[in-house]
Design a protein around this ligand. Structure first.
Ligand code: SF4
Length: 64
């Protein structure tokens, strides 16, 4: 499973970093930074939760 981010629509809420800190980070402006596009299986549920709860729909699952 891979995940993609759209920094153009990210509003910097930080929910994704809270949900999956090994996958998402935020830059100095608070916008999402993807730490790894390839999601470890152990992080898959956390990433799915982050995608579901992103308030701006900036995250997208890319199933391999
Ligand atoms: S949850 Fe969505 S809006 Fe919030 S920082 Fe992450 S990508 Fe951006």
């Amino acid at each position: 499973m891979r995940v993609a981010v759209d920094r153009e629509v990210c509003i910097g809420s930080g929910n994704c970093v809270f949900s999956a800190p090994t996958v998402f980070d935020q830059d100095d402006e608070g916008l999402v930074v993807l730490l790894t596009a390839q999601v470890d299986p152990q992080d898959a549920d956390a990433v799915r939760g982050a995608v579901a709860h992103c308030p701006s729909a900036a995250l997208r699952i890319v199933e391999d």
